[in-house]
Design a protein around this ligand. Structure first.
Ligand code: APR
Length: 408
């Protein structure tokens, strides 16, 4: 990643777009769709191929306020027809099952819709319906002149191999946790807050029907285990493991034995075993970049903040940022109203920090029992029991679990 003050990267034919969006994940595609709906031209640059971004399994939980936000922008038609609606989850601890009926408490539910389906819908709507321009397979994306009124983005064209320069009124940095736009923020004006939970999760996708009719969280002295439906024949499981563990340490037999042990509870249906089609170790780490903007560059989604999947918040934060950024860019570009852009970072960060705090709270519940520290194990179980003993604690938890506390 280089940031230079000029756009003189040797392109044969510079082009200009009011907005260049870097990255075609949920954040970038939502921004692009909002802009196109308002008649604002934009260009989306993506390093992957269309097939790759439409197939990559990632998150799966979309909170109800986020679904309504997509719906208001004409982006939820397929989702509303296909997503599962969840009304409760189950905690297993002390060898027992405890149902937590959050819809009964709040009237709201969770939608489960694999991220790659949402990305597929958003690419189709942006490129095929709203006529947005998107370039897949670009290489070596660089930002130039961010501290000027005429920033630009350059990239290597996948066909010619030549460098192309695109001038931009604004740049939306939506290129995820490993992208290049975050590195363009000047270090002296940027604060990165980091938190490392010190645990790993083995993320598994099993070719097997779900083993329970809802999401299951197992807290156990051997470590956390999770069960999440992803469709009739595919189920996601998580197993807490040491950070940086090698997935090869987890052969089929070991995985299923640990899942049976950690998710075991009186009266629980047996687990449906199946071939493991994905096996990755995720180190549980978070970070937050503040502010999420510099000059005409605005970051959204994982590019600005990473949230370990402990509370399934990542895709929701990406959508929240994208709604605010898309709307703010439209206001600025169509009405000259810059208030949304100037308040963008602070408005995003309020929800980001709220979700960070909830993830940390939940992490202690999940990981305390296996911490080898009897004090942490005791307080983790107290937190869990309180959810089932105190209606006030249950209501507060439900709000945070569903993301309704922050007024979404
Ligand atoms: N140039 C262009 N595109 C890039 C670059 C780059 N230098 N680097 C990465 N990308 C692309 C990736 O290939 C990906 O398609 O940017 C996109 C970023 O998408 P996501 O990582 O899905 O990020 P975001 O849209 O913020 O959505 C956050 O992703 O990590 C999950 O669980 C998280 O659900 C959350 C969601």
């Amino acid at each position: 990643m280089t940031v230079s003050a000029s756009g003189d990267a040797g392109s044969p034919a510079p082009h200009r777009f009011p907005v260049v969006v870097v990255g075609a994940g949920p954040a970038g595609l939502t921004v692009g769709n909002i802009l196109r709906a308002a008649g604002v031209d934009c260009l989306v640059l993506e390093t992957g191929s269309r097939a790759a971004v439409e197939r990559r399994p990632r998150a799966g939980v979309v909170e109800e306020w986020a679904v309504r936000g997509l719906e208001r922008r004409g982006l939820a038609r397929v989702l509303l027809g296909r997503a599962q609606r969840h009304t409760e989850c189950e905690f297993r601890f002390g060898g027992e099952r405890h149902r937590f009926r959050y819809t009964e408490l709040t009237g709201h539910h969770h939608f489960v819709y694999p991220q790659q389906f949402l990305v597929t819908d958003l690419v189709r709507e942006y490129a095929d319906v709203r006529g947005g321009e998107i370039r897949f397979g670009v290489r070596d994306v660089r930002l130039h002149g961010l501290d000027t009124d005429r920033p630009s983005v350059s990239y290597l064209c996948p066909d010619s191999g030549g460098r192309r320069v695109v001038h931009a009124g604004f740049i939306a940095g939506c290129d995820g946790a490993h992208g290049v736009t975050r590195a363009a923020l000047p270090p002296a004006r940027t604060r990165v807050a980091r938190f490392d939970y010190g645990v790993g999760w083995l993320a598994l996708l099993a070719e097997a029907p779900p083993s329970c009719d809802c999401v299951v969280f197992g807290t156990h002295p051997r470590g956390f285990a999770g069960h999440m439906q992803r469709g009739p024949d595919v189920t996601r499981y998580y197993l807490q493991c040491p950070p940086g563990d090698d997935p090869e340490n987890w052969p089929h037999e070991r995985v299923w034995a640990e899942l049976r042990e950690r998710l075991g509870a009186a009266g629980a249906p047996p687990l449906n075993e199946g071939r493991l089609i994905e096996k990755r170790v995720l180190d549980m780490r978070n970070h937050v970049v503040e502010p999420m903007a510099y000059g005409r560059l605005f970051l959204a989604g994982d590019a600005a903040h990473l949230t370990a999947p402990i509370a399934a918040k990542g895709m929701n934060l990406a959508l929240h940022d994208a709604f605010l950024l898309g709307d703010a860019l439209v206001a600025r570009l169509t009405e000259g109203d810059g208030r949304g852009l100037s308040g963008y970072s602070a408005a995003c960060l309020a929800r980001v920090w709220d979700y960070q705090e909830f993830s940390q709270w939940l992490s202690e519940v999940y990981h305390g029992p296996a911490s080898a520290d009897p004090y942490r194990a005791g307080t983790a179980l107290a937190r869990l029991r309180r959810l089932f003993d105190s209606p006030v604690a249950a209501a507060a938890f439900a709000e945070q679990y569903l993301g309704t506390t922050t007024g979404g």
